[in-house]
Design a protein. Structure first.
Lengths: 317, 492
């Protein structure tokens, strides 16, 4: 089998996905065994014009992390799509917009106002904002155009596979590498994780108990053995795909949904709301009102990682 | 004017670009370090519950997420006016020392070492971590990987995950550690200390003993006189987790010493239209543009700054190295930008020693690690020393603990003015009329900001790690007259 040509790219992201690749430790050597890396801006010396010079389809696999929120990121996403036979949305931001997607609750003008005018340490009475083109004494300087809306990779180009997680866990990254090494690829459109909700693999005890009050995580010391929801703590497990290894739950903290919705669930937030409604013991309208008030941040809790690809998508402009 | 563009530069947390303008003679008229990225956390965190901030703000940086996690957690303590139990504080610092070990290992061995151990103008094909391992030996290479993996495993055990930990809550920690786990940490701490000593020995043998390199460190091209900021304990020694903020002037005199919550009296941010990154400066000195010296409010953070503002290190082996550092470089303060690397290795040894101390303290296994907050939340500031410098998280909330305003002053941002000055100064010192702009010279321009530990370089720790580089030289009308690029082979 010829050596694979592999590209890794980071877009609107934090770098955590790249660190996760490195956390595979010795698996990195397996990757080097089966593949020539042709682009990895954080680690290697290839540039955009090297990619531009390649034939369409000249890259076998592109692992793309990060959301798409400016003109340069869109240009590179389209370039890599054209050159790659297989495009993998790597991590929560590329799959669903991730935490940067929460910026869809606002827009460019508001973000600029906050970042450059309203922040408590800003010294900007002249109201200077970053510009796509600036004349300086010596010539012109350019910046990419910042968008109002954060998009997931699949909203910009076609994607073959999705590897969720913030960041994806090492065992799933290894699974992808093994699939590439053996050529035994799953059907196009597959999500490389469990199909079922996190609750199905959670080891905590469930007693089908109904709750009468919602606690915020700092308001209660949870029992380490029992289901968070049944202790009144919002855990997004029922609306989240499994396969993460329950990393947060084992640290005695509830799930926040970084694996996105499980197979068959269209909208992660709607699913979570319905799960909560079914466990909350309400008898009348006043109790419904109380429950709604106790959920202090529905959009930031139920759509923390998935606002970009949800039915809501963004705040109305 | 001719424009020399270095794009993309990639070892920054976020994408970066350098534009160098040449005058008609071919000397450097000016240079700009542009950051084309913004994600808007300060806006979209408004409306979120404050206790979720430690789990959201980690995503500012996946290379130093634990720094954001700790600064954020401390800010939530302050918002709720809650004092965590002693065991929780010790556990947090233990966790955080492991993070410092991870971050400093990766930066020195993967990013900085190639420039010194292989050589600043060496064949770029060898100027990478593999070249470093070839030169220092595979055994040392494996020690690098092993100790970094330990540091990641420790963070994952305490924090749930090595990247984007979840353990911090207002009032404490979500999960304690067992006696068996503590004993394992003691073993790993021994390994860290030996590894920290090894790093300084390598630096001594391969860098300081080489007159050319010592000349580079102490020479003019990488010299910059500025103010410095860093956190100190009550005895004015370096501390990463807690303390007061101390600022010294370019002569080394204490300029300010303040509590984290008083930072608004000391820091402002300037904006330029050509970068998405702001330009912080000392409020009491003022913004005088991208210039160095006593009259300019530009200040620096990160390893060299921490050593400069402190009177010493709190652990014995690191203290010895601290004394040798200033003895060798001619006393305090040190303004040599490349000395950030040496200072980082001294801090790695400190982090290792401090980790060991805390691991040997049985208090860290005390299960009392949470205090439930009872006060009404309002406002709080949390500060830690991130690997890359002082990190401020400031939250204001309504009486229900929902964020109404959030201000973040991130380590790398504070070095933005200084990195611009350093890049310009290096370009001016290295690129001269009539001299060919070689790859080696451009690498030496890159070394000017690499000293500040650009964040994403962390990821290069086990693969060939060079700056992808493209240089386009244009005439004053913008017509391309020369194009240089450096591929994976390192050839231009």
């Amino acid at each position: 089998m010829p050596r694979l040509k592999l590209a890794l790219y980071w877009s609107a992201s934090c770098g955590g996905c790249d660190v996760a690749v490195l956390d595979t430790n010795e698996k990195i050597l397996d990757i080097a065994e089966i593949a020539d890396i042709v682009l990895w801006p954080v680690a290697m010396d290839f540039k955009y014009h090297h990619v531009e010079a390649m034939a369409d389809g000249g890259i076998d696999v592109c692992l793309f992390n990060g959301a798409v929120r400016n003109s340069e990121q869109e240009r590179i996403a389209k370039l890599l799509r054209a050159k790659s036979k297989i495009m993998v949305a790597f991590g929560a931001c590329a799959c669903f917009g991730g935490i940067p997607g929460l910026a869809n609750l606002t827009n460019r003008a508001e973000i600029f106002e906050q970042s450059y005018i309203e922040a408590l340490t800003n010294d900007n009475s002249g109201r200077i904002f970053p510009q796509t083109r600036t004349e300086v004494a010596e010539g012109e300087l350019e910046l990419p155009e910042f968008w109002d809306t954060v998009l997931a990779l699949g909203q910009v180009v076609d994607v073959e596979y999705f590897l969720p997680g913030c960041p994806p866990p090492v065992d799933l990254i290894s699974k992808v590498v093994d699939a590439l090494a053996t050529g035994q690829l799953p059907p196009v459109g597959s999500v490389i994780a469990s199909d079922k909700p996190l609750c199905d693999e959670c080891e905590r005890k469930k007693e089908d108990k109904r709750i009468t009050k919602i606690y915020r995580p700092h308001q209660i010391i949870p029992d380490t053995e029992r289901c968070f929801l049944e202790q009144g703590i919002i855990c997004v497990g029922p609306a989240t795909r499994g396969g993460c290894g329950q990393r947060c739950i084992k640290a005695n903290m509830p799930c926040r949904g970084c694996f996105g919705p499980p197979t068959g669930v269209v909208d992660q937030g709607a699913k979570m709301l319905s799960a909560l409604a079914s466990i909350y013991d309400v008898k009348d309208e006043a109790e419904v009102k109380r429950m709604v008030e106790e959920i202090v941040d529905p959009v930031g809790t139920f759509y923390r990682f998935g606002l970009s690809t949800s039915l809501l998508r963004r705040k109305r402009m | 004017m001719k424009k020399v563009t270095i794009d993309p530069i990639t070892r920054l947390e976020g994408h970066g670009k350098i534009e160098i303008f040449l005058d008609e003679a071919g000397n450097v008229a000016n240079a700009y370090l542009q950051v084309p990225e913004l994600r808007g956390f300060e806006k979209f965190c408004q409306g979120r519950p404050v206790e979720e901030m430690p789990r959201i703000t980690t995503r500012i940086c996946g290379v130093c997420p634990s720094a954001h996690h700790m600064a954020s957690t401390k800010a939530t303590d302050a918002v709720y006016h809650v004092d965590p139990p002693l065991a929780a504080k010790k556990l947090r610092e233990l966790f955080y020392c492991a993070h410092m070990v991870h971050s400093h290992i990766v930066h020195f061995y993967a990013l900085a070492a190639p420039d010194f151990i292989i050589g600043p103008q060496a064949d770029p094909a060898e100027r990478n971590i593999l070249g470093v391992i070839a030169k220092v030996g595979k055994d040392i290479g494996l020690e690098v990987i092993r100790n970094r993996a330990y540091a990641q495993d420790i963070q994952a055990l305490i924090g749930g995950r090595a990247t984007h930990a979840v353990c911090g809550l207002p009032g404490g920690m979500s999960r304690g550690i067992s006696e068996d786990e503590r004993r394992d940490f003691v073993e790993k701490g021994r390994s860290f200390v030996e590894f920290g000593k090894l790093g300084l020995k390598l630096f001594n043998d391969l860098v300081l003993s080489n007159k050319e390199y010592l000349g580079l460190i102490t020479g003019d091209v990488y010299f910059m006189k500025s103010y410095y900021m860093g956190m100190v304990d009550s005895n004015n020694r370096v501390n990463f987790y807690d303390g007061d903020i101390r600022v010294i002037d370019p002569e080394g005199k204490e300029f300010a010493r303040f509590k984290p919550a008083e930072y608004l009296d000391h820091i402002l941010e300037h904006t330029e239209p050509w970068s998405y990154l702001t330009f912080p400066f000392l409020k009491k000195v003022g913004w005088k543009g991208l210039v160095e010296g006593m009259d300019s409010g530009v200040y620096r953070v990160n390893s060299l700054a921490r050593l400069n503002v402190a009177d010493g290190m709190a652990t014995p082996l690191a203290q010895e190295e601290y004394e040798r550092f200033y003895r060798t470089l001619g006393g305090k303060p040190v303004h040599a930008t490349l000395a950030f690397h040496w200072a980082r290795l001294i801090e790695l040894l400190y982090a290792a020693e401090r980790f060991s101390e805390l691991a040997q303290d049985k208090e860290v296994t005390n299960p009392n690690i949470r205090t439930i907050p009872t006060a009404t939340p309002d406002e709080g500031v949390g500060v830690v020393e991130a690997p890359r410098g002082t990190l401020f998280h400031h939250y204001q909330t309504d009486e229900n603990g929902i964020i109404t305003k959030l201000n973040l002053i991130v380590a790398t941002v504070q070095n933005n003015p200084a990195m611009n000055i350093s890049v310009k100064k290096a370009a001016q010192g290295l690129i001269k009329a009539g001299k060919v702009v070689s790859e080696g010279l451009l690498n030496m321009v890159e070394m000017a900001f690499r000293a500040y530990d650009p964040c994403l370089g962390c990821a290069t720790h086990c693969l060939p790690g060079q700056m992808p580089l493209e240089v386009t030289i244009r005439d004053y009308k913008g017509n391309e007259i020369q194009r240089l690029s450096r591929g994976l082979s390192g050839r231009i």
